[in-house]
Design a protein around this ligand. Structure first.
Ligand code: MG
Length: 388
């Protein structure tokens, strides 16, 4: 039996973000808020299973938001948050967990240290909630005028998740049916349970307003870091009537010699992307000894590097290729090369630069014995220990 189950209350109707979508399905940096919340909870190994409580009208949005995640089947919510949570608790009665964490779908910044504080507190209490101190002065207002401040000593701002012994909170919710409480701690208290307060997290904000979404986007950006990779490649010129550079076939008085299509630009760029995610080099992924890559389109190599970047949770910020040759003249081909690279990497052309230089007729490139390319790539990655 699962020892600890997270119940995520996602049945609310609040859509103060202006759109008609409830806030838990709004996109936060390209991902629905609910999915981010579930991903954060999934990063807590002490949680054995998760179940969402979902509004009956939100079936499609829910399925889209949680595609591919391993969850218990959702349960439909009720007329209020309190009723929804009770339905969620009742749904676990056949296979009761020892502990239940009740969490708001709109708090995607829950993290493991917070959950561990709650679970530890349950050794000496029936329930535990995260609380943050109130630092601003609390003042009553009447008719636009101050009407006496409130002593903030002993006050905290209660967050979720709220953790309870399952049997105790189920009984409390059953007993509270028909009487409204502001949160599950209130339900527990009304039933005489002891509820501990542990330090909450200032980042564990509840996304309610458009300003909250902006703050959340900034928190996500804070937890990402930029990685840089560089690459360099050379291919000799030999017999032939064309070269392929940056995915563009160019008629030429010779050809580039190589096992694949010898696309020196894409090879340097592939190495730059692999370097940014510390994922080896082009030779380790596509050994020249492997007959599969004879004459291969180097777009395959670059696409695989992009796949590895994304599999590591990264997104490509920009790439920059410098071709080093006397001929062919790159200027007239630049836009075609940028477009081809953008297409292979599935990023916007504005993130792709292709430049060229000669070596003033010096060295192997100057003598047109070969063509060289160097590349740089930057990738935004989750900082270690931030996002799952
Ligand atoms: Mg090469």
């Amino acid at each position: 039996l699962p020892h600890t189950v997270a119940l995520v209350a996602a049945a609310g109707r609040g859509s103060r973000f202006g759109g008609d979508r409830p806030k838990q399905y709004a996109a936060l940096a390209g991902m629905p808020v609910l999915r981010r919340t579930l991903a954060a909870l999934r990063g807590v190994p002490e949680i054995d299973a998760m179940r969402c409580i979902v509004h009956p009208d939100d079936g499609d949005a829910y399925r889209e938001a949680v595609a591919g995640l391993d969850l218990l089947a959702p349960v439909p919510g009720g007329a209020s948050r309190q009723e929804s949570v009770r339905f969620g608790l009742e749904s676990l009665a056949d296979a009761p967990p020892a502990i239940v964490l009740i969490h708001d779908a709109a708090r995607p910044f829950v993290d493991r240290p917070l959950v561990l504080r709650l679970l530890r507190a349950l050794s000496s209490a029936d329930g535990a909630i995260p609380g943050r101190p109130v630092t601003d002065t609390l003042t009553r207002v009447a008719d636009g005028r101050t009407a006496g401040s409130i002593d903030r000593a002993g006050l905290v701002r209660a967050q979720t998740p709220q953790a309870f012994r399952y049997d105790a909170i189920l009984a409390a919710h059953r007993a509270a049916s028909g009487r409204a409480h502001t949160d599950d701690a209130g339900v527990a208290e009304a039933a005489g349970l002891s509820v501990a307060v542990v330090p909450g997290s200032e980042d564990n904000i509840k996304l309610t307003t458009p300003e909250d979404m902006e703050r959340a986007a900034a928190l996500l950006a804070r937890d990402r870091e930029t990685r840089i990779g560089t690459g360099f490649d050379v291919h000799a010129l030999g017999p032939g009537d064309h070269v392929v550079i940056c995915g563009v076939r160019i008629p030429h008085e010779g050809g580039l010699v190589g096992h694949s299509d010898a696309d020196v630009g894409l090879h340097a760029l592939t190495d730059a992307l692999l370097g940014a995610v510390a994922c080896g080099d082009i030779g380790s992924h596509f050994p020249p000894s492997d007959p599969r890559w004879r004459g291969a389109d180097s777009a395959l190599f670059l696409a695989e590097a992009a796949r590895l970047v994304r599999a590591a949770g990264g997104s490509i910020v920009n790439v920059d290729v410098t071709l080093i040759c006397e001929r062919p003249k790159i200027g007239p081909l630049r836009e075609a090369m940028r477009a081809r690279i953008a297409d292979i990497l599935a990023i916007d052309t504005s993130r792709v630069s292709v430049k060229a230089t000669t070596t003033e007729r010096l060295g192997f490139a100057g003598r047109e014995e070969g063509i060289a390319a160097q590349a740089a790539a930057s990738v935004a990655m989750p900082s270690p220990g931030s996002e799952p």
